[in-house]
Design a protein around this ligand. Structure first.
Ligand SMILES: *[C@@H]1O[C@H](CO)[C@@H](O)[C@H](O)[C@H]1NC(C)=O
Ligand SMILES: *[C@@H]1O[C@H](CO)[C@@H](O)[C@H](O)[C@H]1NC(C)=O
Ligand SMILES: *[C@@H]1O[C@H](CO)[C@@H](O)[C@H](O)[C@H]1NC(C)=O
Ligand SMILES: *[C@@H]1O[C@H](CO)[C@@H](O)[C@H](O)[C@H]1NC(C)=O
Length: 437
């Protein structure tokens, strides 16, 4: 029997039509897929924030409640973080990548003389700093803007809660900055600050809220833990000892950690296995990076065990850079931060006062944490600010020698920062990441 030719003219048309149909279906599915995948970006392109220059507007003002609901419905994990109010319009914008802009209208965020909580090591104007330029810089991320710090919003969110900064003297500076940013809206008599050994507690009575600082320069137990007498040159850190201090951090709702400088300012890091009370101490020397990684892993374990990802937030402030070596920014006269009045403009600047390898360790170790740890990546933006240190304008604990007075740079503090100043920006970044992660 003769086979019928397979493709009669009508069946060819049918096949063509069904193929066309399949192609159409594939196209539609593809378009749907792409728009689901990149929908945020499309919306971003169309969002008014990118069309108009709205750099001065606080972000939340541009967001309707409906928009925030939409963001949440998209099932984004960031929106589900405790304290989050919504997502920033510019998803994927790196807040830590940007430039310093002069702003004489909106800055400083408070006056040095209006905040009685600043310790005398940080009150630069009171100690004779001749210039105030360092107070007038605002951080401007590339491609988006920081939401304006709102003290009412911050305090309302802390109602019935505890916020704690844990770390070294740089973290204490950030803590005091936060207290200064908040205290002016709390009436006299409804606030107090007290210190008990390693713990300082600021209380906002009407809010039943506390903002606390806990001194633990290595986070782990060390021979530098005494809150007053801790100037030891030979640093010894006890392995696996995070609970020694950690039991004082339990139950806090927002915690901001830091630790860096002490790991790099001694000669070496010695790690103690066993306890400080043991007669025969088993001590090994470790390269700084290895010791730091060990400590950060301990921290992650502590966070996973003690912080509730549904109710609490964990932040870590990256290394605070130092400016002890003017050669870093091309000063060949052997100077340091002393006398510096302007930020560094080179966007690629990275001085010798901050170790990149340790920042990488933070990124690597925290990315594996089962409880989110938000890194406040302030190292590079702070490294531009050679003008923002306390220099010689602070309380001196011992009288200066004639040689020192002759050469002020020799005793300039190029580690700590004047308040108000740079560290207010660290808290603005923390505020942004808390409410609009
Ligand atoms: C600050 O936050 C409070 C409480 O959330 C809000 O009522 C107020 O409008 C905010 N202020 C500004 C300037 O955004
Ligand atoms: C005050 O806040 C603490 C937590 O810091 C909480 O345990 C306590 O119940 C609160 N008290 C009142 C009266 O709300
Ligand atoms: C600091 O600046 C003053 C005034 O500009 C200048 O006289 C002095 O030589 C400078 N000192 C150093 C160490 O650069
Ligand atoms: C921190 O920011 C710098 C640029 O400012 C970037 O090079 C680095 O990768 C960031 N590190 C982490 C761990 O996010």
């Amino acid at each position: 029997m003769k086979l019928k030719p397979l493709a009669s003219s009508s069946s060819t048309a049918l096949i063509r039509r069904s193929r066309l149909f399949i192609y159409l279906v594939i196209l539609v599915v593809f378009i749907l897929f792409v728009s689901v995948l990149y929908g945020e970006d499309f919306r971003c392109l169309l969002s008014p924030r990118l069309l108009a220059d709205t750099a001065e507007l606080p972000l939340p003002a541009l967001r309707t409640d409906q928009k925030m609901e939409d963001d949440r419905e998209e099932g984004d994990e960031a929106a589900a973080l405790p304290f989050a109010l919504g997502l920033t319009a510019e998803r994927g914008c790196d807040l830590f990548n940007g430039r310093w802009e002069r702003d004489e209208l909106a800055r400083p965020l408070y006056q040095e003389s209006d905040c009685p909580y600043i310790q005398p090591q940080l009150t630069c104007q009171e100690h004779g700093r001749p210039d105030r330029g360092y107070q007038f810089w605002r951080w401007q991320p590339h491609g988006c803007s920081l939401p304006r710090f709102n003290a009412t919003q911050m305090l309302e969110s802390l109602r019935g809660k505890r916020m704690m900064y844990v770390g070294d003297s740089l973290n204490r500076g950030q803590y005091v900055s936060m207290v200064c940013l908040l205290h002016s809206i709390i009436p006299e008599g409804s606030k107090s600050m007290e210190t008990f050994d390693s713990l300082t507690v600021f209380t906002a009575k009407d809010y039943n809220a506390t903002i606390e600082f806990y001194w633990a320069p290595f986070l782990l137990e060390s021979n530098s833990d005494n809150a007053v007498i801790h100037r030891v040159s030979d640093r010894i850190i006890r392995k696996g000892s995070i609970n020694k201090h950690g039991r004082h951090w339990k139950g806090v709702d927002i915690v901001v950690f830091n630790t860096y400088l002490w790991w790099v300012s001694g000669d070496t890091n010695k790690i103690l296995r066993g306890s400080f009370e043991d007669k025969e101490k088993d001590i090994v020397e470790l390269p700084t990076d290895d010791a730091y990684r060990m400590a950060m892993k301990s921290l992650v374990r502590w966070v996973e065990k003690n912080m509730d990802p549904k109710k609490t937030r964990v932040f870590f402030t990256s290394m605070s850079p130092t400016h002890g070596n003017g050669a870093d920014w091309g000063d060949t006269s052997g100077g340091n931060c002393y006398n510096q009045t302007t930020p560094i403009e080179d966007p690629d600047y990275w001085g010798s006062g901050a170790r990149k390898s340790m920042l990488a360790i933070l990124g690597e170790v925290f990315s594996k944490s089962r409880v989110p740890i938000t890194l406040l990546n302030i190292t590079q933006l702070s490294s531009y600010r050679k003008d923002a240190h306390t220099m010689i304008y602070k309380k001196q604990w011992s009288p200066l020698t004639p040689e020192q007075l002759e050469n002020p740079a020799s005793y300039a503090d190029c580690v700590h920062w004047c308040l108000p100043g740079l560290q207010d920006t660290w808290n603005e970044l923390m505020f942004a990441k808390l409410f609009y992660p």
